[in-house]
Write a protein that binds this ligand. Structure first.
Ligand code: TEU
Ligand code: CA
Length: 544
């Protein structure tokens, strides 16, 4: 059974989820305490962002030891207990697999950088500079050159992310063997799969040629979806993945459906599904550092394109948020209608065909951070970009961009209750809590039957009850509208209609079908007129 199709995933960013011991840092025992909340929400899979031993330059996406837990998060025994408690509640666990790079404090790198004769030197990508210049023109995703000088060997090493995240050399079969050992370590413990970080960056084109054109975009075929991607993934599948009944989702930079199908098409199954980011450009040009006004068509078009392209061939991953993206209600809707919009956005995205991913706090409609000073931000990408931006922008303009785009928008502590620090921690939180927790928190949501949380609970329950949500095919209406989103799903003689208003005005439209023949199974308002109220969302089900 392809169980991943019936999964409803909840992403935990452990540092900001729940602190069990008052040190201001979320931890594994904190997760254990909140498992009943997740069970009540109705999710059946957790994706856990990294809890491995790490110096935290990139908050855990820089791993120092792949088979141990960072002490501030807990111990391996805590981890095993958490896994067991999840399984008892029917919740599966997928881990974050970060193997494009390690931390520069990983023992392999510490050895590798000492000498060209070190057995670990070839675990990484070292190159001589060219006449005092960097080996090539590649740029880091976090700004600046992707090369850092290493004095001991008089070479540069490649880091597509921070300089504390040296890229592994996947050409080296020993690296691949080590990765397989790591995978087996966790899978044999009972972990149910992996979210594979920047997986389509593993293969770098031979000779590491310069990119020509816009940075990153022009890296397709060079270090994005490079020449040996299939070889590497096939090897992992053959030696590890195929031996377990697991779930894999690849995070893919700049991917299109055709390339994605190369990895995920049923029968190929190198990965079960991928995350693409095309709809994240609905309010920016290619990168969130180049913002523009949100436009519904720019949101719907890529999502529909993926729905049609994958249809019966592959499987979609559906998401609005993660730990790298600002909060969806802050980006895609008006703050006046925060609750209506949070429910509407959930209806729109999670009723499509694919596996839904809810990022912690999204289910209560959490918003972007309130920060006004750069000192309040902790994320390495944010701080690097701020420094670069300050070279040509005033402090005020640079801050405006940072406020909009920072990854810390998603990383403020989970808002549990009206208690001090939002009930996240009794100590000083590692990252400031958003003061709007007085109005936005899980406890109040729980007791308010019209809350965002209770809407998510209903939506998830419907998905479990009607298999049309999972298996129905997808057909879009009003594709060109910048105001409403409307699509239908069809399955075994049933039809589902999903109709959403993305504006703060009433919208009149022709419903296409005779709605009297359908049952309204979900509505984010009490009222039900023959037009749409601001940010209204409705789902109808009927026989057809
Ligand atoms: O993110 C990959 C990625 O493409 C990022 O550059 C992303 O575009 C950026 O964070 C958006 O601001 C993954 C992880 O999700 C991220 O947290 C890590 O920092 C990154 O890989 C490196 O491991
Ligand atoms: Ca703690």
């Amino acid at each position: 059974m392809r169980w991943y199709k019936e999964s409803i995933v909840y992403q935990i960013y452990p540092r900001s989820f729940y602190d069990s011991n008052g040190d201001g840092i979320g931890d594994i025992r904190g997760i254990i305490e909140k498992l009943d909340y997740l069970k009540d929400l109705g999710i059946n899979t957790v994706w856990l962002s990294p809890v491995y031993d790490s110096p935290l330059d990139d908050m855990g996406y820089d791993i120092r030891n792949y088979t141990d837990i960072l002490p501030e998060y807990g111990t391996l025994d805590d981890f095993k207990e958490m896994l067991n408690e999840m399984h008892k509640r029917g919740i599966k666990l997928i881990m974050d697999l970060v193997v494009n790079h390690t931390s520069d404090e990983h023992p392999w790198f510490l050895e590798a950088k000492k000498s060209v004769n070190s057995p670990y030197h070839d675990f990484y990508i070292f190159r001589k500079g060219k006449k005092g210049k960097k080996p090539n023109n590649w740029r880091s995703f976090f700004g600046g050159s992707a090369w850092e000088y290493n004095e001991e060997t008089d070479e540069y090493y490649l880091h597509l992310f921070s300089r504390k995240q040296p890229d592994l050399n996947w050409e080296n079969p020993q690296v691949r063997e080590e990765v397989k050992k790591i995978l087996k370590f966790w899978l044999d413990m009972g972990v149910d799969g992996f979210r594979c970080d920047v997986i389509n960056l593993l293969s770098k084109k031979e000779g590491l040629p310069n990119t020509k054109g816009l940075p990153i975009i022009s890296a397709k075929g060079i270090y994005i979806d490079g020449p040996k991607m299939h070889e590497y993934l096939q090897e992992l599948k053959r030696d590890v993945f195929s031996k377990y009944n697991i779930f894999t989702v690849g995070e893919c930079v700049l991917i299109n459906p055709k390339t994605a199908l190369g990895y995920i098409e049923e029968g190929v199954d190198e990965l079960n599904m991928v995350f693409h980011f095309e709809h994240m450009n609905a309010d920016c040009f290619y990168s969130k550092w180049l913002p523009r006004k949100f436009k519904l068509r720019r949101f719907k078009e890529p999502l529909s394109k993926w729905q049609y392209a994958l249809a019966d061939k592959g499987w979609n991953a559906l998401f609005l948020e993660n730990h790298d993206q600002p909060r969806s209600v802050s980006r895609f809707a008006s703050p006046t209608y925060r609750e209506e919009a949070a429910k509407m956005l959930a209806t729109y995205i999670f009723s499509q065909k694919g596996t839904p991913y809810i990022y912690q706090g999204q289910e209560i409609g959490m918003t972007n951070a309130h920060y006004t000073r750069i000192e309040q931000f902790k994320d390495v990408e944010t701080l690097n970009m701020y420094k670069s931006l300050r070279r040509f922008l005033s402090e005020k303009r640079a801050m405006k961009l940072v406020k909009k785009a920072s990854r810390d928008n998603a990383r403020t502590p989970m808002q549990w209750s009206r208690e001090k620090n939002a009930g996240f921690s009794t100590g000083e939180p590692w990252l400031e809590v958003n003061p709007n927790y007085i109005n936005i928190n899980a406890e109040d949501n729980w007791f308010d039957e019209n809350s965002v949380l209770n809407y998510y609970i209903k939506l998830i329950a419907l998905r479990k009850k009607h298999s049309i949500f999972v298996y129905g095919d997808y057909r879009e209406h009003y594709a060109k509208s910048n105001k409403i989103a409307y699509y239908e799903r069809n399955y075994k003689g049933m039809k589902l209609l999903v109709i959403c208003n993305f504006t703060s005005k009433e919208q009149h439209f022709n419903p296409i079908y005779d709605l009297r023949k359908f049952k309204l199974i979900l509505n984010n308002y009490q009222e039900d007129q023959n037009y749409l109220l601001p940010y209204q969302a409705k789902i109808y089900l009927g026989e057809y």
